[in-house]
Design a binder for this molecule. Structure first.
Ligand SMILES: Cc1cc2nc3c(=O)[nH]c(=O)nc-3n(C[C@H](O)[C@H](O)[C@H](O)COP(=O)(O)OP(=O)(O)OC[C@H]3O[C@@H](n4cnc5c(N)ncnc54)[C@H](O)[C@@H]3O)c2cc1C
Length: 303
């Protein structure tokens, strides 16, 4: 098997325009601002580049990992001896495909997709406006907020297999459920998604988006690095309420702490390590379990 220098050279020879970075710090690619270097990072700008990259990976036995905006990932302190394929700000593009439908490439942020829809006098993505992830990451885990979810508006998803071939799957095949889709159970990459929206005046769409951003600013610690809600919503309760009732607001390990503003968020106060965050998540989960009998599971993907 090739080492990463040889593999990087092979990629450059075959896909000359593809941006590649050696030893790229994952802390720069994740909203927690945590994580050591990825051996190799690639930033494919088109479906064609992604497909050719995956074919080379398959030929060389390299298993890449996929990153969108890194807003739901805890990356390891030691870094990753892997190829990380980064889609945010790379796999870009949006178009209107029918009066009420838009197609959005996976690397576009959900906020930008919502703004694009607003400009077409289309509503339905207002809930997604303040979620900082990409469309790919949002589809992957059926992101949602304030009563809306990706599954309410997504009609089909373009996926790429590890051999570089792409096809559309229907909303039914995507099997969306609470913060989950079949993408999590398959080795597929989301390349694009289509959304069926509702005619709505741009001003009304913007009014809703501004209202929801106001709610976020009032309740969430948006001034500190985090990955949003640290725990999934448990059956029979809300993670933030259970953590608050257990007296854990401000509970701290190293540079990681339960937010004073929103107990559902774990924040990086400065210099937090992935080990700090993992230990904090474990201790919070244990303490809540001891007090309430409810086990909290991490929402953030621990790499
Ligand atoms: C301040 C803040 C607020 C947040 N609020 C919300 C909220 O209200 N609701 C909510 O649901 N989430 C929220 N989140 C979490 C996060 O934004 C969402 O989970 C989002 O969907 C993650 O998208 P991403 O592009 O950042 O994915 P990443 O964090 O980059 O990746 C997450 C997982 O998805 C996989 N993945 C990413 N892109 C693809 C792709 N194209 N194909 C296949 N797999 C892929 C990755 O491999 C990884 O396993 C918040 C986060 C922050 C920091």
């Amino acid at each position: 098997m090739l080492n990463f220098t040889e593999f990087s050279n092979l990629i450059s020879d075959n896909i000359p325009n593809l941006k590649l970075e050696r030893d790229f710090p994952l802390a720069k690619l994740t909203s927690f601002r945590i994580g050591g270097p990825a051996a190799l990072a690639a930033f494919p700008k088109t479906e064609e580049e992604l497909s050719r990259l995956l074919k080379l990976c398959a030929e060389q036995g390299v298993e890449p990992v996929i990153l969108g905006a890194g807003t739901n990932v805890l990356a390891p302190d030691a870094g990753l001896d892997k190829l990380v394929i980064v889609l945010k700000d790379a796999l870009e593009g949006m178009e209107q495909v029918c009066d009420t439908c838009i197609r959005v490439m996976a690397g576009v942020t959900m906020s930008r997709a919502a703004v694009f829809a607003a400009g077409l006098n289309l509503g339905g993505l207002e809930f997604a406006h303040g979620i900082p992830g990409t469309i790919g990451g949002g589809v992957y885990m059926n992101a949602g907020a304030y009563g809306g979810e990706i599954k309410d508006v997504c009609t089909r998803v373009r996926i790429m297999e590890p051999d570089g071939t792409a096809r559309w799957i229907s909303r039914e095949e995507a099997a969306f459920s609470y913060r989950h889709s079949c993408l999590e159970d398959n080795p597929w990459i989301v390349v694009a998604a289509e959304f069926e929206l509702t005619p709505r005046p741009e001003a009304e769409v913007w009014a809703k988006m501004k209202e929801l951003i106001g709610k976020r600013r009032a309740s969430q610690p948006l001034d500190l690095p985090s990955a949003g809600s640290a725990f999934k919503r448990p059956v029979g309760g809300y993670a933030a309420a259970l953590i608050d009732q257990t007296g854990l607001k401000g509970f701290r390990i190293g540079g990681a702490a339960v937010s004073e503003k929103h107990a559902g968020f774990v924040v990086n106060l400065g210099g937090a390590t992935a080990a700090d965050v993992q230990e904090l998540l474990q201790q919070v989960s244990d303490k809540v379990f001891d007090r309430t009998g409810i086990r909290l599971e991490p929402e953030v993907r621990i790499w």
